[in-house]
Every structure is written in structure tokens, then in C-alpha cells.
Design a protein. Structure first.
Length: 192
């Protein structure tokens, strides 16, 4: 015959199993959430050839991060600016972001032209020289509109707050109507 104490002990045993499982799930969720957040803050970088194909299928502007392996400001841009979730979201949803090593050795075909790094221009790849119009400084962002027309290039490092304004200026095609300084005065961003 079960007594109240037997029923209570059984209920407590069930409750203990439930709490243990719940705590394990909470722990797993807590451990996974930062990883998922970090993953969502990553930029999906394309090669220049991939971006060109994507624009033809689904028009969107291209931004090319022209960098070198030895450039400290390029590394800082990757670590501090491009890793910001707001910046990553803008790049992933409003552009086809491209990483291009200005001293890379691989031949590249872009806009129907072949570019190589044949050593005739020092360490610089012919495509980097064309993109930067001979003004070789890094990092350097090169903006193309959705019609694959070069808009401009913007040299130098930018913190996330500055980068948000810059990317939004080009993503919104504000450059067609207003200068950058005026755009920046009225810009309300999400980066803190």
C-alpha cells in the first residue's frame, strides 16, 4: 500500500529528472548561443568571379576589400570592423562582398578581361592596379554598382560606426543625390 510519503518520494524523483534535463538544456543553449551569434556576424566573402556571376543573376552592388597579407590596418579591419554584426549584416544583405589580395598570384578574369601578377609592377596584381587606379594603398574598398560600373574606391581603415555610414551611403545609392558629408550628418546608424 502506497503512503503519501511514497507518492511524494516518487514525485520528487520525477521532478529531479525533469530539473536535471532542463538544466542540461539551458547549459547547452547558453553554450551554443554565443557560437551562433558569432557565426551570424561573419561576412560571406566571395571571389570576384563569383560576385560577377551573382550580380548577373540577382543585381546588387559589389564592394571589394583590396588588401595585402602584410597590411596591419587590413587585419584590424577584419578583426574589429568586418566582425561587427551590423557591418556583417549590411555586407551580406546589400552587397556581394569580395576579398581581393592585391599581391595575389592567381590569374583573374573580371569584366571580360584577364589580369595577372606578372611581376612587372612589383608585387601588385594587375587587377589591383586597375581597381585602385594606380593609387596603391591598403586597405582600400572598391565600390561597383549593380550594373558592374565602378563607382569609386575609398582607401583607409574605418571603425564600425564609420563603416556603417560608408556602406549605407553606397548601398542606398545616396551618392547619386547627395555628398557623403551631408549624408553623414543626417545618418542614424545601429552601431553603438
Amino acid at each position: 500500500m502506497n503512503t503519501i510519503f511514497d507518492n511524494f518520494a516518487g514525485a520528487m524523483k520525477s521532478m529531479k529528472k525533469y530539473l536535471t534535463r532542463t538544466l542540461i538544456l539551458i547549459f547547452i543553449a547558453g553554450a551554443v548561443t554565443p557560437f551562433v551569434s558569432a557565426q551570424s556576424a561573419r561576412v560571406k566573402w566571395y571571389t570576384i568571379q563569383e560576385a560577377e556571376k551573382l550580380v548577373k543573376a540577382n543585381p546588387r552592388p559589389i564592394v571589394i576589400d583590396t588588401y595585402t597579407d602584410w597590411c596591419g590596418w587590413c587585419k584590424k579591419l577584419d578583426q574589429e570592423t568586418f566582425s561587427n554584426p551590423v557591418i556583417a549584416e549590411i555586407l551580406n544583405t546589400k552587397f556581394y562582398p569580395v576579398k581581393f589580395n592585391a599581391e595575389g598570384k592567381d590569374p583573374v578574369t573580371f569584366l571580360g578581361r584577364n589580369f595577372v601578377n606578372d611581376g612587372k609592377s612589383g608585387k601588385s596584381h594587375q587587377l589591383a592596379i586597375a581597381l585602385l587606379q594606380g593609387q596603391m594603398s591598403y586597405p582600400n574598398l572598391v565600390f561597383f554598382n549593380e550594373k558592374m560600373q565602378l563607382v569609386t574606391n575609398v582607401p583607409g581603415y574605418r571603425e564600425a560606426k564609420e563603416m556603417e555610414v560608408l556602406l549605407s551611403f553606397f548601398a542606398d545609392k545616396a551618392y547619386e543625390k547627395i555628398n557623403f558629408q551631408d549624408y553623414g550628418k543626417s545618418f542614424k546608424g545601429k552601431v553603438q
